[in-house]
Design a protein around this ligand. Structure first.
Ligand code: CUA
Length: 334
C-alpha cells in the first residue's frame, strides 16, 4: 500500500518551456485576455506594495517617535480621531469597489463568447484530455488542442469521472471540467506557438501528469493541421505493431500502462501477451486478442487482481483497425 502511495513514475508527458517571452512575474501572453488580466493583477500588486510600504514605514516611525524616554514615563491618555478613522475606512472601501467593478467587467467579457466562435469540445478524465471538433467529425485529439490564431474559440467542457480543471496559463483561461454538466470558456489566441495545458484540480494519482499542449496555428494552416493530427490510420510501409504504438501514444495509454514492466495505475504490457492473468474475481484468463479487445471496450468487466477498476471505455473512440493495431503492439512488447 505504502509503495503505491509513494510510487512516482516519470510523467509520460513533459512540460514545454513556454516561458520565454513572459516577464519575471507573468507567463507569456498569447491571448486577448492577457492584457486586461495582467493589468488588473499588476494594479492590485501595486496597491499591495504601496500600502505595505506605507504601513510598515508609519509603524517604524511611530515606534521611534513614541518610544519611552525615561524609565518612569507614563502613556498619555488616548482618545480617537474621527477624521482619520473615516479615511482609513473610506479609502480601502473605494479601492475594493474599484477592484470589484474592474474584475467584474473583465469577468463578464470572459464569460460571453463572440457569436462567431469556433466550437471545441473538451472531456477530462483520469488522466488525460480528449479534444473533439463538432465541425470536424472524426478528429479526436488526446492531450492536445489545436486552435487558430486571431479567431475566437469556445470550449464546452465536461468530465468523465471526477472534477478536473482546464488551465492554459499563456491564454489566462482556467475552468473546471465537472462530471454531469457542461462548463464553457472562450479565448482568442494572438500568438502562433505551443503552450502548456495543465489540469489544475487534484484528480488522483496522476494529476501531475495530466499535461497537454495547446497549439496555435495561422488560420490558413489550422484546418489542414487538424485533419492531419486527427487522422489516426496506418502510414504506408508501417507495420501494424508500429501503427499500434502510435495509437497507444496518441490516445493517452502511457499514462497508466508502461511497456517496460514498471507498475503504473494499470498493468504493464511487458510480456503480457499470451500470459495467464489473475482476475479480481478469483478467476483467470489468457491475455489474447479477445481479452485485449474486451478490455478496451468494457474495461471493468475483467479487472486484473491487485488493480482498481478505473479505466475508461474506448468504445466508439477506437475503430476496429486501431484496436487490432493495439493488439499487435501489445503482442510485440516482450
Ligand atoms: Cu485532472 Cu488533475
Amino acid at each position: 500500500m505504502i509503495s503505491t502511495l509513494f510510487h512516482a513514475p516519470e510523467p509520460a508527458k513533459k512540460y514545454i518551456k513556454d516561458v520565454e517571452g513572459g516577464s519575471w512575474s507573468m507567463p507569456i501572453d498569447a491571448s486577448t485576455f492577457g492584457d486586461p488580466i495582467d493589468t488588473l493583477y499588476l494594479f492590485i500588486v501595486a496597491i499591495d506594495v504601496l500600502f505595505f510600504a506605507l504601513i510598515v514605514a508609519t509603524m517604524v516611525y511611530f515606534a521611534w517617535k513614541y518610544r519611552r524616554r525615561t524609565k518612569f514615563q507614563k502613556t498619555s491618555s488616548i482618545t480617537h480621531n474621527g477624521k482619520i478613522e473615516f479615511l482609513w475606512s473610506a479609502i480601502p472601501a473605494v479601492l475594493l469597489i474599484v477592484i470589484f467593478l474592474w474584475g467584474e467587467i473583465d469577468y463578464m467579457k470572459m464569460s460571453v463568447p463572440p457569436g462567431d466562435a469556433i466550437d471545441i469540445r473538451i472531456k477530462g478524465q483520469k488522466w488525460f484530455w480528449t479534444v473533439t471538433y463538432p465541425d470536424h467529425p472524426g478528429v479526436i485529439l488526446t492531450d492536445e488542442i489545436i486552435v487558430p490564431e486571431g479567431r475566437p474559440v469556445r470550449l464546452t467542457m465536461t468530465s468523465e469521472d471526477v472534477i478536473h480543471s482546464f488551465y492554459i496559463p499563456a491564454f489566462r483561461v482556467k475552468k473546471d471540467a465537472v462530471p454531469g454538466r457542461y462548463t464553457n470558456i472562450w479565448f482568442q489566441a494572438t500568438r502562433v506557438g505551443e503552450y502548456n495545458l495543465f489540469c489544475t484540480e487534484y484528480c488522483g494519482d496522476d494529476h501531475s501528469g495530466m499535461i497537454g499542449v495547446a497549439k496555435v496555428l495561422p488560420w490558413d494552416q489550422f484546418e489542414k493541421a487538424l485533419e492531419e493530427a486527427g487522422r489516426l490510420a496506418p502510414n504506408t510501409g508501417e507495420s501494424m505493431a508500429g501503427f499500434g504504438r502510435r495509437v497507444f501514444e496518441r490516445r493517452g495509454c502511457p499514462v497508466c500502462h508502461s511497456v517496460d514492466g514498471t507498475r503504473l495505475v494499470g498493468p504493464s504490457f511487458k510480456g503480457k501477451y499470451g500470459s495467464q492473468e489473475q482476475l479480481a474475481d478469483g478467476t483467470s484468463v489468457t491475455v489474447d486478442d479477445n481479452y485485449i479487445r474486451k478490455s478496451l471496450l468494457e474495461p471493468n468487466a475483467q479487472v486484473v487482481s491487485g488493480f482498481t477498476p478505473q479505466m475508461p471505455s474506448f468504445a466508439g473512440q477506437l475503430n476496429d483497425e486501431q484496436i487490432t493495431a493495439l493488439v499487435e503492439f501489445i503482442k510485440s512488447v516482450k
